[in-house]
Design a protein around this ligand. Sequence first.
Ligand code: NAP
Ligand code: GCO
Length: 259
Amino acid sequence: MNLFDVNGKCVVVTGASQGIGEAIAKAYAEAGARVYLNARNPDKLSQAVKKFRKENLIVYPALFDVTVKEEVEQGIGKIVEDSGRLDVVVNNAGIIRRNSLEELEEEDWEAVIKTDLTAPFLVGKYAARHMIPAGGGKIINICSLMSELGRNTVAAYAAAKGGLKMLTRSMATDWAKHNIQANGIGPGYIATPINTAYRAEGNPLNEYILSRTPAGRWGTPDDLIGAAIFLASSASDFVNGQIIYVDGGVLATFGDPGK
Ligand code: NAP
Ligand code: GCO
């Protein structure tokens, strides 16, 4: 399927030392892309690179903090210098700080906005400076159900992910003329380290998520691979500014009260 071919493309996935980022990076590497794994914790990043290499997947570390402008500019510059190109950026690095809105500290608000909204702007901006003269590229922003819905205790996260949806549309608006396609993936509830505590049996949130998701299960990071390949390949060359929700049907429904 040449349409979905990502072989030889140079890709950077932010926050790729675990969870969703790791799974997406692995899928690209298996499909023959030249993949840079970004994260900020050096030990976790080198462990991830080792894990890939054990599976004969050659990936490269790109250690930088996506919230620090100078590091982003330098980190993206180094990837382009090493490989001569940058075709695909996946803005995946993200954090969440949960608290009721009236108790939420400003530092927590700012940390979430910085990581989940400002960082995709920074990474996108410095990547676009290389993609524009090179003739194009693909930007994939990892959004959330909270790009569309609120939930108690996650106000900063919802504000950031709602903003990320609109940043995606703005990137599409500004950069489509440069042959850059900017789109998003909106995962539903996906089992990763970010939500380990939730998944304990008997946790009411676990029960709620299972009942609120028409598919009746948590997603896995691998559930996101199809959308990630599509949005990185020429199959999506006229798709711009869209968010693909991979959520087991959550956003399609008001729920099933059983009667
Ligand atoms: P995760 O397991 O907590 O992984 C987050 C990754 O982001 C880690 O590799 C972490 O690396 C990296 N990271 C965080 N801050 C960073 C920074 N400033 N600079 C560079 N790397 C940074 O999270 P996940 O569940 O895989 O989520 C990945 C993305 O999907 C996030 O944007 C999240 O909001 C989104 N999402 C997740 C779900 C879900 O249910 N899991 C659903 C919807 C959307 P370090 O350890 O080096 O910091
Ligand atoms: C929460 C969760 C969510 C998910 C995800 C949903 O506390 O409700 O952490 O926000 O991580 O983003 O799509």
